[in-house]
Design a protein around this ligand. Structure first.
Ligand SMILES: Cc1cc2nc3c(=O)[nH]c(=O)nc-3n(C[C@H](O)[C@H](O)[C@H](O)COP(=O)(O)O)c2cc1C
Length: 353
């Protein structure tokens, strides 16, 4: 029977277990280059036994950043910074993926310690670009031109090339949480009247084109992951729904996507009363069953038995853990012990086990 410590194979990448470090922005990079903080943050979760280490959302261009402290992967210095970390993660027996991202209309923000408000032009900010000029929180983006959309596709492809150079095992496209790709597929934001707006097919066009660009750039053996906001958590008639996600994921699967992680929201405040253990699991399970493809689940998973039950019940294939990993970098090692498995600890630490 499958369990949390059964390997997971996606194309030629085999994860030693079903536990992933969820992407978490650290706002600690200089010039988009991951540094000492990122080595320790990502490296210690690899030492702690997670099978897959995902980077924080990593910008494909300077304009794609949310804050000036985000990581990037558009130049050689950034590639070298990532390679140093990827090599360390590999030494721990984990695989590593980069989450490629464009913040779109949420770009040009201040550091969270300064309240994350829009960063004005006179303080080094830039004009955020989105599907439309629909305001997002305090941001007032401009609609992208067709030429700018083409540039974004090229930048995703170039970022994928850079990810290969840095030694990443996989790529996750960040198409969730109210960022650019989500700003196109959600009718809450996308008010375009050209071929990138209006109908379902038009609103998903950019995401599907980016998937095709990246899939055509990376080797066949390399798996491609996508993080979606499977629902907008909004009752507006234009909001994205699970039914939309089920239609989209069939198309993504046919375009060569190997695993979808079902997250949610990004434009409206989520009702805190629904945020409970496994609250996003039904979204993942629905996609898994309808598209017949592997899925990751994320959101309020904090316990070894909880995580193991999801795998044993075939409700999801990968357990993606964010905040519990901040509290406990050794989540995977501790979970192995709790579930009666042999923990995979580095030889340097063996005397403790
Ligand atoms: C500090 C922090 C930073 C985050 N940054 C990202 C990110 O870069 N990309 C992303 O897809 N999600 C990001 N998230 C969302 C998490 O990956 C995850 O989906 C969310 O926290 C729910 O999972 P959890 O209950 O295990 O924390 C972030 C969450 C936190 C707490």
């Amino acid at each position: 029977m499958k369990h949390l410590f059964s390997p997971l194979r996606l194309r030629d990448m085999t994860l030693k277990n079903r536990i992933a470090l969820s992407p978490m922005q650290q706002y600690s990079a200089v010039d988009g280059i991951p540094g000492q903080w990122h080595l320790v943050h990502l490296g210690s979760r690899a030492v702690g036994g997670a099978g897959l280490i995902l980077t924080e959302c990593t910008a494909i261009s300077p304009e794609a950043m949310c804050t000036l402290y985000d990581t990037g992967i558009w130049n050689e210095a950034q590639v070298a910074g990532w390679k140093f970390i990827v090599d360390f993660v590999h030494q721990q027996g984990a695989k590593m993926g980069v989450q490629l991202w464009h913040a779109g209309g949420k770009a040009s923000s201040k550091h969270p310690n300064e309240g994350m408000k829009p960063l004005p032009l006179e303080e080094g900010g830039w004009i955020p670009k989105s599907s439309s000029a629909t305001p997002i929180n305090a941001h007032h983006p401009q609609a992208m031109t067709l030429q700018e959309i083409q540039e974004v596709k090229n930048q995703f492809a170039q970022a994928a090339k850079n990810a290969i150079k840095a030694g990443f095992d996989t790529i996750e496209l960040h198409a969730a949480h109210g960022y650019l790709l989500h700003q196109f597929y959600s009718g809450l934001i996308n008010k375009r009247t050209d071929e990138y707006g209006g109908s379902f097919e038009n609103r998903i066009r950019l995401l599907v084109e980016v998937v095709n660009e990246v899939r055509n750039t990376i080797p066949d053996e390399m798996p491609l992951l996508v993080r979606l906001s499977a629902v907008d958590y909004s009752n507006e008639p234009e909001a994205w729904t699970l039914a939309d996600s089920l239609k989209l994921t069939e198309i993504l699967k046919d375009s060569g996507v190997d695993l979808i992680t079902a997250s949610g929201g990004g434009f409206v405040q989520v009702d805190p009363s629904i945020v409970k253990p496994n609250y996003q699991l039904p979204l993942a399970t629905a996609i898994r069953e309808s598209a017949n493809m592997p899925v990751g689940t994320v959101g309020m998973i904090t316990d070894a038995h909880q995580a193991n039950a999801i795998i044993e019940n075939s409700e999801a294939d990968l357990i993606v853990i964010a905040r519990e990993h901040l509290r406990n970098p050794y989540f995977a090692v501790d979970a192995a012990i709790e579930l009666g498995q042999t923990p995979d600890v580095p030889w340097q630490y063996k005397r403790a086990y």
